[in-house]
Design a protein around this ligand. Structure first.
Ligand code: CDP
Ligand code: CDP
Length: 226
């Protein structure tokens, strides 16, 4: 019987984490867990309920009574917040601009990380985020750190918005990406950084297929020896 391994994929916004993680999970018949969607769903609730997002105490009280579920409908991920589908709403600019502030609080991270560990502890999982290899799945058999230049990451997001028919401003996207890079890498609690044993892949000049192939190859090497 082949052992099911855990795969951690980290990196900054727009590096391609969720796109490749979804495909890799599908190819291996593993579960895909988008941890960013969990922080986004909770941020959406905090904004909607006018919670002071600078107040860790107010936020944690609400988070303790909040359910966040990630469901999969073929290639599509559905995010349920307290049972309600918020898949689209969590990508709105208001959420994107505030999520890194919410995600910097220690109590919020402790609670989210506990939930993510529970989702991933059986193996057979591809999880993407910022602190998966360093903190959520420190024993993952395969850790990947994806990166790409900020210009390329902003252009990817812009293209994605245009294709979906959403309003999009390239300069604003780049400003947001740089601000989140800064907040995510400089926060005190589990900042975005490459785990020592992670394999770095610069996706700037690679296609999605090329990145997926590299990761599947690395995964198979580990599945075969485990
Ligand atoms: O998809 P995108 O790269 O824009 O971001 P995301 O993965 O949806 O994550 C949104 C935000 O959640 C990040 O900018 C981080 O502030 C936070 N996050 C985190 O702190 N830790 C994670 N494991 C995942 C996301
Ligand atoms: O999850 P993360 O924020 O790291 O990135 P994403 O949401 O997967 O968005 C990356 C965008 O860049 C998607 O539109 C992909 O089709 C595109 N892309 C990629 O992911 N990887 C490449 N090597 C090239 C393009």
């Amino acid at each position: 019987m082949t052992k099911k391994i855990s795969i951690a994929i980290d990196g900054p916004a727009g590096a391609g984490k969720s796109t490749v993680a979804k495909i890799v999970a599908d190819r291996l018949s593993y579960i895909y867990i988008d941890t960013g969607a969990m922080y986004r769903a909770f941020t959406y609730k905090a904004i909607k309920e006018h919670i002071n997002i600078r107040s860790e105490e107010d936020l944690i009280r609400v988070l303790k009574e909040t359910t966040i579920e990630l469901k999969h409908d073929g290639q599509k991920q559905i995010v349920l917040l307290d049972g309600k589908d918020v898949t689209k709403e969590i990508r709105e600019p208001d959420v994107t601009n505030n999520v890194s502030i919410v995600a910097a609080h220690k109590l919020i991270r402790d609670e989210m990380v506990a939930r993510q560990k529970a989702l991933g502890n059986a193996g057979g999982v591809v999880m993407d985020g910022r602190d998966i290899g360093t903190n959520v799945l420190p024993h993952a058999e395969l850790k990947i750190f994806l990166l790409a230049s900020a210009d390329i990451r902003a252009e990817r997001r812009h293209k994605e918005n245009m294709e979906k028919g959403y309003p999009s401003d390239l300069a604003k996207i780049k400003t947001n990406i740089l601000a989140r890079d800064k907040q995510d890498t400089e926060r005190k609690i589990s900042p975005l950084r490459k785990a020592e044993d992670a394999i770095e892949i610069d996706t700037s000049f690679l296609s999605v297929d090329e990145v997926v192939s590299k990761i599947i190859h690395l995964a198979n090497e580990r599945i075969e020896v485990s």
